[in-house]
Write a protein that binds this ligand. Structure first.
Ligand code: NDP
Length: 488
């Protein structure tokens, strides 16, 4: 089924608005390299108008009954389900995601709104015993307007992971999608604005480049928090930019270079299936992808052969074909970046086990690739490639496995495959990362917090932790005695 491209003008105050900004950028279909449409870039006046509308929406949202707020968020879930085919279509043409993957995302997106629809009525503070006539209690309050700056790898899902908890905790949200994937958010904003009872301006979408629209949002003093998903270097730039003029809240979901550690007692079939899926799904463009395979020496050959066999069944091609398992990378920039890593590795004599360079054809396609016996000093081992490229490194002892796993500037996720409970516990307690998967990989649930250690960021998405993330605590002291203590 084919749908029409949504209105590409900035969306705020409940409708698309004529842009003040004169600049435009192109949206490209990564599977065909054809231009889909032109997108106006939001400038300072667009940002300012969206902020004014968001402020009004926030005031209205603040007064609304909490059960009613939950009903509205639940209706967003219904509306996403009703418009699923169109949202899927937009994710496929814009990001090149295989259609079956985009379909799975819808389910996750709906579950996210359903989970957070229960939140508005459950944001509770606490009372703190003081043992005297003072009563101390806390109330979590919203920030007001929160800017969400998101990445292109799972457009609809990344955007929902911000919008759902931001509005559930009483804030208004201004979203800036990645310039590679500007479309699906525009349609989502329309869908949300059409929910009866929702304040106009509660969810706005401003498209534009990071160094223009993104920086304007970050600099705007009425925006009290920035939540960001993207690369670590961009995260550092955002922090620098904020600190030049102000202090505001930040949540950072950044890059990763996650290890998957396979011990010799593991179910090797299960581990191989999980590694192939987690490494190559979405063309390897996942922050939590476990791309550093660390394997105990005496099962190395068997595990890698199993991964290779599975990879032979992967179908690379048209993302609209339901048989396709791997589509194109999102953009020419990403294609050149990933190709550069593979070319340099081959030139430097890294051991290519399968995959490698593919003849250039229309679309930004790359082959699932695996390099064997990669040293921790190699850029393949250290850098987040963000494409379907895996490395294999052997270990012989538990200590060596821990040391290799922690040998990274990142600390987002990690997988451990073993039947030995003692080994598993020892690994869990010594691995420096925010998510540990044991005998499974790539799990996600709206109630389970996710986020990183080290250069992978701070703050958590999902679950109760997201409530903490998007509220600030107000502490109140109330005295039963108003005579106050003598000072002198
Ligand atoms: P970026 O970090 O550049 O992009 C993420 C978002 O931040 C986009 O919306 C981008 O805008 C915006 N942005 C860029 N610069 C600024 C700025 N100065 N101020 C405010 N916002 C800004 O990711 P890339 O697309 O460049 O990818 C780079 C690398 O980041 C990838 O190769 C990968 O390693 C990693 N990455 C990690 C992701 C994760 O899930 N953790 C997701 C995506 C990428 P725009 O793109 O529109 O210019």
């Amino acid at each position: 089924m084919k749908f029409s491209i949504p209105d590409t003008r900035p969306f705020y105050d409940g409708i698309h608005q004529n842009p003040f900004g004169k600049e435009k950028f192109l949206s490209i279909n990564p599977a065909t390299e054809e231009v889909i449409t032109e997108i106006p870039e939001a400038d300072e006046k667009d940002v300012s108008a969206a902020v004014n509308a968001a402020q009004k929406a926030y005031e209205e949202w603040k007064e609304m009954d909490v059960i009613e707020k939950g009903n509205i968020i639940s209706k967003i879930a219904d509306a996403v389900e009703e418009n699923a085919d169109e949202l899927i279509w937009l994710d496929v043409i814009d990001a090149g995601r295989p259609i079956v993957d985009a379909q799975e995302d819808i389910e996750a997106v709906v579950r996210m709104y359903r989970y957070f629809s229960g939140v508005p009525s459950k944001i509770e503070g606490s009372t703190i015993p003081t043992g005297n006539d003072k009563v101390v209690f806390t109330v979590p309050e919203p920030y007001g307007i929160i800017a969400a700056i998101t990445a292109w790898n799972y457009p609809l899902f990344n955007e929902t992971a911000k919008i759902a908890p931001i509005i559930a905790t009483g804030n208004a949200c201004i979203l800036k999608p990645a310039e590679e994937t500007p479309l699906v958010a525009l349609r989502l904003a329309e869908i949300i604005a059409n929910i009866p009872g929702i304040p106009k301006g509660l969810v706005s979408v401003l498209n534009g480049r990071g160094e223009t629209t993104g920086e304007l949002l970050v600099a705007n003093e009425s925006i009290r928090k920035v939540t960001f998903t993207g690369g670590t270097e961009t995260g550092k730039a955002i922090l620098n930019n904020i600190s030049r003029t102000q202090i505001k809240g930040t949540t950072f979901e950044l890059g990763g270079k996650s290890p998957i550690i396979v011990f010799n007692d593991a179910n090797l079939d299960g581990a191989a299936k999980a590694i192939a899926f987690c490494g190559f799904f979405n063309q390897g463009q996942t922050c939590t992808a476990a791309t550093r395979i660390l394997v105990e020496k005496n099962v190395h050959d068997e595990l890698i052969s199993k991964i290779e066999e599975i990879t032979k069944r992967i179908v690379i091609g048209d993302p609209f074909d339901t048989n396709t398992s791997i589509g194109p990378l999102v953009s020419e920039t990403q294609y050149n970046k990933v190709r550069g890593y593979v070319e340099r590795a081959i030139k430097c004599g890294e051991q290519l086990r399968f995959g490698g360079l593919m003849d250039k054809r229309k679309g930004f396609f790359v082959k699932p690739t695996l390099f064997d016996n990669v040293a921790p000093t190699s850029e393949l081992f250290k850098d987040e490639i963000f494409g379907p490229v895996l490395t294999v490194t052997e270990f012989e002892t538990l200590e060596e496995a821990i040391s290799l796993a922690n040998n990274s500037a990142y600390g987002l996720a990690c997988g451990i495959w073993t039947k030995n409970i003692a080994t598993m516990h020892s690994m869990i307690s010594q691995i420096n990362c925010g998510i540990v998967w044991c005998n499974t990989l790539f799990e996600e649930f709206p109630g389970a917090p996710a986020g990183g250690f080290k250069n992978s960021g701070y703050g958590r998405e999902f679950g109760k932790e997201a409530i903490t993330e998007y509220t600030q605590i107000k502490t109140m002291w109330v005295s039963a005695d108003d005579s106050y203590t003598d000072w002198v």
